[in-house]
Design a protein around this ligand. Structure first.
Ligand SMILES: *Cc1c(COP(=O)(O)O)cnc(C)c1O
Length: 378
C-alpha cells in the first residue's frame, strides 16, 4: 500500500525520508555493529548522536547560548508539574487560559503553587486569544504560563507577548508542544519552552525543554531529582537514561528540516512558508463552503491544528460524532488515504493536523476531498 496522508494530532506523521533512514540504520548504525536502541547512552556513538541533535536543534531555532536544551521524559503533561516544581518556588504563578491544554496545566500546577488566572477565553468557548493588554498580571508571579498552540481548540499565538512592556518581570513559560519548529521563535521573550516530541519532532517519549540558565537551581525540595532542571542540565540530559532512540529520531528530523527549501528560504523559515500556504488552502476551502465551519477567530487560527465541523441539514454544527454524516465523511476520507481526521473527543467534529511532515499535496488532496464530499451532500 502507498503511504496515506495522516492528519493525526499526535503521535503524528513523520517525514518518510526520516523513517526510511531509520529503517536502513536499524540493525547497524554507521558500521558500529549495533542499532541505536542497543547502545549505551554513555558510549561515544550515542554521545555523538546526542551532541548532533542538540546542536542541530539549537541552530534550527536559533536558540541563544544562555539557554540550555534538555531532552527529558514524561511528555507535556509531566511538564505541567515539572515546571512549577522548578520555577514556582511554591508561590504565585500567572496562567493565560486559552484552551484545554493551558487549563490542564493550571490544574496540575495548583498541586505545587498558587496559580492565578491572568486571562481566560473560556467564556467564549476558546475561540479567540485574550489580548495581552487585558491580562491581569500579578506582581509576585514567578512566571507566566502560555500555551502558544492549543492543539484541541486550534488557537495559535502568532506573536509572543512582551511581558516587560506589560509591566511584568516574570519569565514567560510556553508550551510549544504542537507547533515547535513550524515557525521561528523570538527567544528574547521566553524564559522556558517545553514540548513533547510526538507532534512535530518524532516518536512519543522525548520531551524537549529549553530553559534560560538563570532559571535553573530553584527546584522545590520535593522535586524528583530526575526532573530537577539543574541536575538534568549539569549532566547533559544524562542524569538518568534519556529516551535514546527517540532522541536519535528527533535528530534525523532536525536534519530533514535543515534540508527543506522554499524559494530562497531554508530550514524552519522554509517550513513556515509552507505551513502558511497549507493552512491558507484548508481554511479558504472551509470558509467558502456551505458544509464546513471553523469558528476560531481569524487572527488566532492555528496553522498546525484545524478543527472543523460538518453542518447538519439545519445548518448547525454536527457535534455528535456518531451522526451518519460524520461517519460517512470519515469513511470516505479513509477510502482516499486521508487518515485520522476525527476531532478530539472533548469537542467532537473533525480536526486536520498539518504538522511539518504533511506536504502541500496532502492538504490539496484533503481540500479536493472536502469539495467532493460536499457535492454528495447537496
Ligand atoms: C500533546 C500536548 C501535550 C501533552 O503531551 P503528552 O505527551 O501527552 O504529555 C501538552 N501540551 C500540548 C499543547 C499538546 O499538544
Amino acid at each position: 500500500m502507498t503511504r496515506a496522508f495522516n492528519f493525526s494530532a499526535g503521535p503524528a506523521a513523520m517525514p518518510l525520508e526520516v523513517l526510511q533512514q531509520a529503517a536502513a540504520e536499524m540493525t547497524d548504525w554507521h558500521g558500529s555493529g549495533m542499532g541505536v536502541m542497543e547502545m549505551s547512552h554513555r558510549g561515544k556513538e550515542f554521545m555523538s548522536i546526542y551532541a548532533q541533535a542538540e546542536s542541530d536543534f539549537r541552530s534550527l531555532l536559533q536558540v541563544p547560548r544562555h539557554f540550555k536544551i534538555l531532552f527529558m521524559q514524561g511528555g507535556g503533561i509531566a511538564e505541567n508539574a515539572i515546571v512549577p516544581l522548578n520555577l514556582s518556588r511554591g508561590g504565585v504563578v500567572d496562567f493565560v487560559v486559552s484552551g484545554s491544554w493551558s487549563q490542564k496545566s493550571l490544574k496540575e500546577a495548583a498541586r505545587y503553587c498558587t496559580p492565578k488566572v491572568a486571562a481566560s477565553s473560556q467564556a467564549s468557548g476558546f475561540k479567540s486569544l485574550p489580548a495581552p493588554s487585558s491580562w491581569q498580571l500579578d506582581d509576585d508571579a514567578h512566571y507566566v504560563h502560555l500555551c502558544t498552540n492549543e492543539t484541541i481548540h486550534g488557537v495559535e499565538c502568532h506573536s509572543l507577548p512582551d511581558l516587560k512592556a506589560l509591566g511584568s518581570n516574570a519569565p514567560l513559560v510556553i508550551d510549544f508542544s504542537s507547533h515547535v519548529l513550524s515557525r521561528p521563535l523570538d527567544w528574547s521573550r521566553v524564559g522556558l519552552a517545553f514540548g513533547g516530541a510526538q507532534k512535530n519532532i518524532g516518536p512519543a517519549g522525548v520531551t524537549l525543554v529549553v530553559v534560560r540558565e538563570d532559571l535553573l537551581g530553584h527546584a522545590l525540595p520535593v522535586c524528583p531529582s530526575a526532573f530537577d532542571y539543574r541536575l538534568v542540565a549539569d549532566n547533559d540530559s544524562m542524569y538518568n537514561t534519556p529516551p535514546t532512540y527517540g532522541i536519535y529520531m528527533a535528530g534525523l528530523t532536525f536534519q530533514w528540516i535543515a534540508r527543506q527549501r522554499e524559494g530562497d528560504l531554508s530550514g524552519v523559515a522554509a517550513l513556515e512558508q509552507r505551513n502558511i500556504a497549507k493552512a491558507q488552502q484548508l481554511y479558504h476551502c472551509i470558509d467558502h463552503s456551505q458544509l464546513y465551519v471553523n469558528e476560531v477567530d481569524v487572527s488566532c487560527r492555528s496553522r498546525m491544528n484545524v478543527p472543523f465541523f460538518l453542518r447538519g441539514d439545519d445548518g448547525q454544527p454536527l457535534l455528535d460524532a456518531a451522526h451518519p454524516r460524520n461517519a460517512a465523511f470519515l469513511d470516505g476520507a479513509k477510502a482516499r488515504g486521508l487518515l485520522q481526521l476525527k476531532g478530539h473527543k472533548s469537542v467532537g467534529g473533525m480536526r486536520a493536523s498539518l504538522y511539518n511532515a504533511i506536504p502541500l499535496e496532502g492538504v490539496q488532496a484533503l481540500v479536493e476531498y472536502l469539495r467532493d464530499f460536499e457535492k454528495t451532500q447537496a
